[in-house]
Design a protein around this ligand. Structure first.
Ligand code: TRP
Ligand code: ZN
Length: 914
């Protein structure tokens, strides 16, 4: 690999393609060492582009065998070839171009383009992998109809899949170019036709030895469709949950959005080497095995939930992404933010439906919301405050793969959620209907989406567009004052957004801000806005004892007054996390404890407890005595733990403290070792003060009843395992014994991993024995070995332990570890560098040197995965001076490497930039 010159691609430079591709016929002749690809393009000059513009074909790592224009060989003088592709001048307005290329799938370690995993062929084309297969205008606004012929040796590759419908299957001779033993194998071919025009990033093929689990389903309009989940033989018994999730997703999209499956066949294929979670290729979704395999022996409840949400996500892309796609990659959030929002709503609706009653449904939705907000705060808020901060619709990039970020995905989903909050659920559905009516079959922009929502509702969303153009997490500072004589409560809201790279000054955002006023008896007060502010109160939601006002915060400062308020209430702010902002208010501990006990908004009950916990950690970090400082937190958590009206899943959320990463963001200078000590001290207080309760929870929920997958049982397992970890932290030796019993007897991975996690906290012999037993039991289960790697990489260091880095170093030489497999890299290297702050940043900078070595080792193999790992040093400027110096040195060492991918180069240069 040569070091590539950094080239910045800008959103403002968009120009329409010179040619459109009406049809493409692809013929693949597949052998692992060498594949031949013949592509025949029906081209037509684009009326929206200039009359003489040359045809630009992208191509990367291709060997060009020949080019034919309308049947005649095209001599090299007729085109210009470069590292990035071909340019062909003076083409007629309509013509046929035939291109033959050679590629080497088995040598492709990038997992982008056509590659081999466990002897089978797979493709990954998003964002720009198709150009690694053949020369093509590899951009999402070129949508073509595909016919694909796959040829391969029949014994080795009995299954041949591509997008759309299977139209023919037959045996045939080995291709003439094939020599050696492959020439005497029996070959066969399959022909697939996709009736829907699609961009090249949605192309896929799969070939190999695979087996399918099948189901039949009748869609809302009465069409029969075939559903398949393809896996390597032996894994059939772990596909049931993925299939059930797919069926639920299809039903949900019909019911909630009126969107139907548009193909006769829908396939999911699992692959163990994959750069991301899954990919929504038209009719042929390709999945990381992690998001398909679900069996209680190997998968935790979280894994089950992950499968459901990713299966939903990829399926939902069929409309939001595939039928309506992106004009260019700057619009990525058009499909990703919207599709994450849809998968979040899907999971929430499924969980709510399972709850059975209304209170349970509300609690289940809150738990899902809390989980999503935790991810946003732990990962997106830091990104938005660091050197890679970008608007959900970026203005520029060097490597688009670096912009598949929590900002584009999760903050993008929050922006869509705000749109729904602004126009209401029915209004949002109307907007979606208009979006599809206008844009089905097109490649469009984020502005087109917002326009559809606005036009369907007659809403003014002009200022809302700033969520698409400005980076950074806005802060909303709220002051409240009660006027006893006037019987009013006044809320003063101020918003500001910190600067981000290239954006020193920010314009005010349109923030839907949901508030309630909790009276002294713990009930919501009725909300009567004063006439002066009524126009900025979008809506008041009541019912079930709740009163929530959705305020339109559009200016830097706004005042809202509520009338008929006799006694000072406690404001409940940003209910259900109505906007991706930081809310600041001068609550005292008593008010937070009060909200944690009473708020009618379950999200804000949790939020109040989290605020209380964060304040404790920060105070202890500042030298406060833990026992004394934590008393209000202990009392508030005890109250929630004891509340029989709350379900287990919600109680578990309340007892889990805010992450170190989240707390670090509230500090000017981070010393991760001190931060962990402070957080552990607060944990220790909760552990010891409530030891009896933790024990009672563990014993009460250790019923020995067989595993069931339902939400209630999963919530109880979650609470039990959180309690077990606290109980172990309390120092009670009975807890270790209980964890060992659970570890040995568990009939499911949630309990087994939960017990192991608790034993890792205990340290010493119990830890080592459990780790050894776990390894022995699951040596042949790569996804479970990932848990084994990751739990050790993120484990705490106990007195007498060497630094965790030493263990991680040793594990990198474990036979089950490989830098070539992204799941393994994420499990060990990623977990340590991103997920074990105190140990990664331990004193001497050894972690940073190790990080630099791994980035440089991985980059030539897989730049996408290397670049994600490279981001572990993004926030280097936030740390103590000695750490900053060591991190800068490590970043500079990577940046100075002679050979560096565009991917990693962009990350390290942005991190080092002033
Ligand atoms: N579009 C995929 C999703 O969100 C993301 C994805 C899968 C991807 N594989 C990738 C993006 C490889 C870039 C590179 O569902
Ligand atoms: Zn997606």
């Amino acid at each position: 690999m040569r070091t590539e010159q950094p080239v910045t691609i800008r959103r403002s430079d968009y120009t329409p393609p010179a040619f459109l591709v009406e049809r493409i016929a692809l013929v693949f002749e597949l052998l692992p060492e060498a594949a031949r690809v013949e592509s025949t393009l029906a081209l037509r000059r684009n009326p929206a582009a200039g009359p003489t513009a040359p045809l630009a074909l992208d191509g990367e790592d291709l060997e060009l065998e020949g080019l034919w224009l309308d049947g005649e060989p095209l001599p090299p003088a007729r085109y210009t070839a470069s590292e990035a592709g071909l340019a062909i001048d003076a083409l007629p307005d309509a013509c046929e171009l035939r291109i033959v290329t050679r590629i080497a799938p088995a040598a492709n370690t990038t997992l982008s383009g056509l590659y081999v995993s466990n002897g089978n062929f797979f493709t990954q084309c998003e964002a720009e992998g198709f150009r690694r297969i053949t020369y093509f205008p590899d951009r999402p606004d070129v949508m073509a109809r595909y016919t694909v012929t796959l040829r391969a040796p029949r014994e080795r590759f009995p299954v041949l899949l591509s997008n759309g419908n299977l139209v023919a299957e037959r045996d045939g001779p080995a291709p003439a170019w094939v020599d050696g033993p492959a020439a005497s194998e029996a070959w066969h071919e399959a022909v697939w036709e996709d009736p829907f025009p699609k961009p090249s990033y949605l192309f896929a093929l799969v070939a190999g030895r695979l087996v399918a689990t099948e189901a039949q389903l009748t869609t809302m309009s009465g069409r029969e469709v075939l559903l398949q989940v393809w896996v390597e033989p032996g894994n059939e018994d772990r596909t049931g949950h993925a299939m059930q999730s797919l069926i639920r997703a299809i039903r949900w999209d019909e019911a909630r959005f009126g969107l139907e499956l548009d193909l006769d066949r829908f396939m999911i294929v699992a692959v163990s080497d994959f750069n991301m979670g899954a990919m929504e290729n038209k009719g042929l979704n390709v999945f990381n095995t992690k998001y398909v395999f679900a069996h209680p022996r190997i998968a935790t409840d979280q894994d089950f939930a992950g499968v459901e949400s990713v299966v939903g996500h990829e399926y939902f892309h069929n409309w939001t992404g595939n039928r309506v796609t992106c004009r260019d990659w700057f619009q990525l959030t058009l499909k990703e933010g919207l599709t994450v929002f849809r998968d979040q709503e899907f999971s929430a609706d499924v969980m709510a439906e399972q709850a059975g009653n209304e209170a349970g449904a509300a609690s289940a939705r809150a738990v899902k919301r809390i989980e999503d907000v935790r991810v946003l705060r732990a990962a997106q808020f830091p990104e938005d405050a660091g050197p890679m901060a970008h608007p959900i619709r970026p203005d520029s990039y060097q490597e688009i793969n670096n912009f598949y970020t929590v900002t584009v995905y999760e903050k993008g989903a929050e922006v869509i959620r705000m749109l729904q909050t602004l126009v209401g659920r029915d209004g949002f559905r109307k907007g979606m209907d208009l979006y599809f009516a206008r844009h089905d079959g097109q490649a469009v922009t984020c502005d087109d989406f917002v326009a559809a929502i606005a036009d369907a509702n007659g809403a003014d969303l002009s200022r809302f567009g700033r969520w698409y153009s400005q980076a950074g997490t806005p802060r909303v500072v709220v002051a409240g004052s009660h006027d006893a004589a006037g019987r009013r409560y006044r809320l003063e809201l101020r918003q500001a957004c910190p600067p981000s790279p290239g954006q020193p000054d920010k314009q005010p955002f349109h923030i839907p801000f949901a508030v309630g006023l909790v009276g002294p008896d713990g009930r919501d007060l009725p909300l009567r806005p004063s006439p002066a502010c009524a126009a900025a109160v979008r809506r008041i939601e009541t019912g079930g004892g709740r009163a929530t006002a959705v305020l339109d915060l559009t200016d830097p400062a706004q005042v809202f007054e509520f009338e008929g308020i006799d006694t000072p209430p406690v404001p409940s702010l940003g209910r259900n996390f109505s906007a991706p902002v930081v809310v600041e208010h001068a609550y005292d501990d008593a008010q937070l404890a009060f909200l944690a006990a009473h708020d009618s908004d379950p999200f804000n009950r949790w939020e109040a407890a989290q605020r209380l916990a964060t304040r404790c950690v920060l105070a202890v970090l500042d030298g406060a005595a833990p026992a004394e400082r934590c008393a209000p937190l202990v009392a508030a958590i005890a109250r929630v733990v004891d509340d029989p009206d709350l379900d287990a899943a919600f109680r578990e959320q309340v007892v889990v403290l805010p992450s170190e990463g989240f707390i670090a963001e509230q500090l000017a200078v981070v010393d991760p070792v001190a931060l962990r000590a402070a957080r552990d001290a607060v944990r220790g207080e909760l552990a010891r003060a409530l030891a009896g309760r933790w024990r009672a929870i563990v014993e009460g929920l250790s019923t020995g009843a067989p595993w069931t997958p339902d939400a209630k049982a999963a919530g109880e397992r979650a609470l039990k395992n959180a309690a077990l970890a606290y109980w172990v932290d309390s120092g009670d030796s009975d807890a270790i014994a209980a964890a060992q019993v659970q570890f040995e007897r568990a009939d499911n991975m949630t309990d087994r991993a939960g017990a192991l996690q608790a034993l890792l906290r205990a340290g010493g012999e119990p830890r080592e024995r459990a780790l050894a037993a776990f390894e022995k039991t699951f040596a042949d289960e790569p996804l479970v070995m990932d848990k084994w790697f990751s739990m050790q990489a993120t484990m705490p260091r106990r007195p007498g332990d060497p630094p965790v880095l030493e263990r991680v170093r040793a594990l990198a030489s474990h036979p089950a570890f490989s830098l070539r497999n992204p799941n393994r890299v994420r499990a060990l290297v990623g977990s340590f560098c991103h997920g074990n702050l105190a140990e990664f940043h331990a004193g001497d900078g050894a972690g940073y040197a190790w990080w630099a070595d791994r980035v440089l080792e991985l980059d030539p193999l897989n730049p996408q995965v290397a670049a994600r790992l490279a981001r572990a040093l993004d926030r280097w400027r936030k740390f103590t001076p000695e750490r900053q110096a060591a991190m800068r040195a490590a970043l500079e060492r990577v940046a100075a490497a002679e050979h560096l991918s565009r991917d990693v180069r962009e990350i390290v240069t942005k991190a080092l930039a002033a």
